[in-house]
Design a protein around this ligand. Structure first.
Ligand code: FAD
Length: 476
């Protein structure tokens, strides 16, 4: 078995230790929000009436609410959030806002080959609409249409890149080693593909906070610290109840993602897989000059256990990924967010990637639950005579596609037949995860196989292929 560059070229232990010595456990993006964007909203008390009640104050819920006001400016829309707006995945992600609605081209092609041209076009339109929404609604979530760089760090990955580039897709540029290192100066890079159009970078917490602000300007009422505990449809509409209040609405949209669904049928449809992130202090001009990165692309390397990294507006580097961890019992728990060994691994891989930045410190470390579904991209549906719609399971690629999901949920509630609702991807539900212990065995075996694939010239072993066939393999 070979070793990866991250094992062969480790930084000195003292470099890693120094970099993590003063790191605080806190989500940089949330800490970076101005007070004006984090108003303390009231909890739901008493009985309220609405045309649409949205459960969940992440991107899915907030886009749904905003788009509902666009479709009908007079609609009364209420959003109920269990904690704070944007506290979960939507406030703590990498900020890669990608056009893909299918968690990458390969995953889409494997599952919906006939629909891929439409899915890719709809995805680009969705990304364009997100970019345009800054001007349209007067929002600032620091959108930069930088595209994404996929560097090869192992020789066998160079062949993959050459095959990819040979397909001749528009906006895809192949960079050889010298060109790659001239763009972003890492000694680990052997070549890269730069997809120029299909990704923009955002400030994740600002996106959620700005969506909430604009929703409220348009008359949406948002309640925080209000967990929906019941969903009742015995009357003509839907009644959503919380500890201290209730909303009687004509229709409901559920944007609760990886959290336990209010619909029993969706309880086994997602599992949380924990992902860990580091954020550096701002780079000095000299440090920045030493890595180049003038085009500020989002970067995701090609390993199955991949790293993703990007540069913030104030020139910090966010570095995450690699160690996705599934905890037995599929629960969302704050204690799973503390994993010093993963942050040490990430810090080590960071300095392998950018040895010229030795001495740099990480100011923030955090983690979050990846909203994993068995098809690695969102599923959609309705319940109770189309009075309730849901979308969940974005599997770590929801920054862009949650807006599309909002459109889909509103289409489904309206009962409209259009290109979106005709898609097989929208109409067909994926397999659920099996209950424990089978879920843990399957998911952890998949992860083990991915690690081996990295070490084994990228060849997937038999178990992984079997899981792929069952719809459980991570093949994006
Ligand atoms: C560390 C990390 C990095 C990521 N990086 C990227 C990336 O770079 N690019 C990308 O595209 N995606 C990324 N993702 C995934 C992306 O963040 C998510 O797919 C996206 O934010 C999902 O949005 P959401 O609104 O569906 O879910 P969430 O943001 O999880 O929001 C769901 C909300 O519902 C609320 N809720 C749940 N149950 C109830 C209830 N019963 N009553 C009331 N409220 C309830 C929760 O409190 C929560 O606020 C990342 C995720 C993580 C964790």
């Amino acid at each position: 078995m070979g070793t990866t560059v991250f094992e062969r070229q480790r930084p000195a232990a003292s470099v890693v230790r120094h970099s993590l010595a003063g790191t605080k456990r806190s989500v940089f993006w949330r800490d970076d929000l101005p007070e004006s964007l984090t108003p303390d909203r009231p909890a739901l008390t008493g009985t309220h009436r609405a045309d649409l009640v949205v459960v969940g104050g992440g991107y899915t819920g907030l886009w749904t609410a905003l788009l509902a006001t666009e479709r009908d400016p007079d609609a009364k829309v209420i959003v109920i959030e269990a904690q704070r707006v944007g506290w979960a995945a939507s406030g703590r992600n990498g900020g890669f806002c990608e056009s893909s609605l299918t968690h990458g081209h390969e995953n889409g092609l494997a599952r919906w080959p006939g629909e891929m041209p439409a899915l890719e076009r709809l995805g680009l339109e969705n990304l364009d609409a997100i970019e345009a929404s800054e001007a349209r609604f007067g929002m600032d979530f620091q959108f930069e249409r930088t595209g994404q760089l996929a560097p090869a760090t192992e020789p066998h990955q160079v062949e993959w890149l050459q095959e990819w580039a040979a397909e001749g897709e528009e906006g895809v540029a192949y960079l050889d080693q010298a060109e790659t290192q001239a763009s972003v100066n890492s000694p680990t890079y052997l070549a890269a593909v730069w997809e120029k159009d299909t990704c923009g970078m955002v400030h994740p917490a600002r996106l959620a906070a700005e969506l909430a602000r604009v929703c409220e300007e348009r008359g949406v009422e948002i309640f925080e610290r209000s967990r929906a505990t019941g969903l009742e449809t015995s009357g003509p509409g839907v009644v959503v109840s919380t500890e201290k209040g209730r909303v009687e609405a004509s229709r409901a949209a559920l944007g609760t993602n990886v959290f336990p669904s209010l619909l029993k049928r969706n309880r086994l449809m997602t599992v949380p897989v924990y992902d860990y992130v580091l954020m550096t202090e701002p780079l000095t001009d000299a440090q920045l000059a030493s890595i180049g990165w003038q085009d500020r692309q989002g970067i995701g390397d090609l390993a199955n256990q991949f790293h993703y990294y990007r540069i913030s507006k104030d020139n910090r580097i966010l570095f995450g990924g690699y160690d996705a961890v599934y905890f037995y019992g599929r629960r969302v728990r704050a204690e799973y967010e503390n994993r010093p060994q993963t942050w040490e691994t990430l810090a080590s891989h960071f300095f392998t990637t950018f040895p010229q930045l030795e001495g740099l410190r990480f100011t923030h470390q955090w983690a979050g639950a990846i909203d994993t579904s068995t098809q690695f991209t969102a599923f959609f549906g309705t319940a109770r005579d189309r009075r309730i719609a849901y979308a969940a399971g974005f599997t770590g690629l929801g920054v862009g596609s949650t807006r599309f999901a909002g459109e889909v949920m509103l289409d489904l509630l309206d009962g409209v037949q259009n290109e979106r609702t005709s898609l097989e991807m929208v109409r067909k539900r994926p397999l659920p995860f099996p209950p424990e212990p089978a879920a843990a065995i399957g998911i952890n075996a998949t992860r083990w196989s991915l690690d081996r694939a990295d070490h084994n010239r990228g060849r997937r072993n038999l178990l992984l292929k079997t899981l792929d066939a069952l719809g459980l393999g991570f093949d994006s």
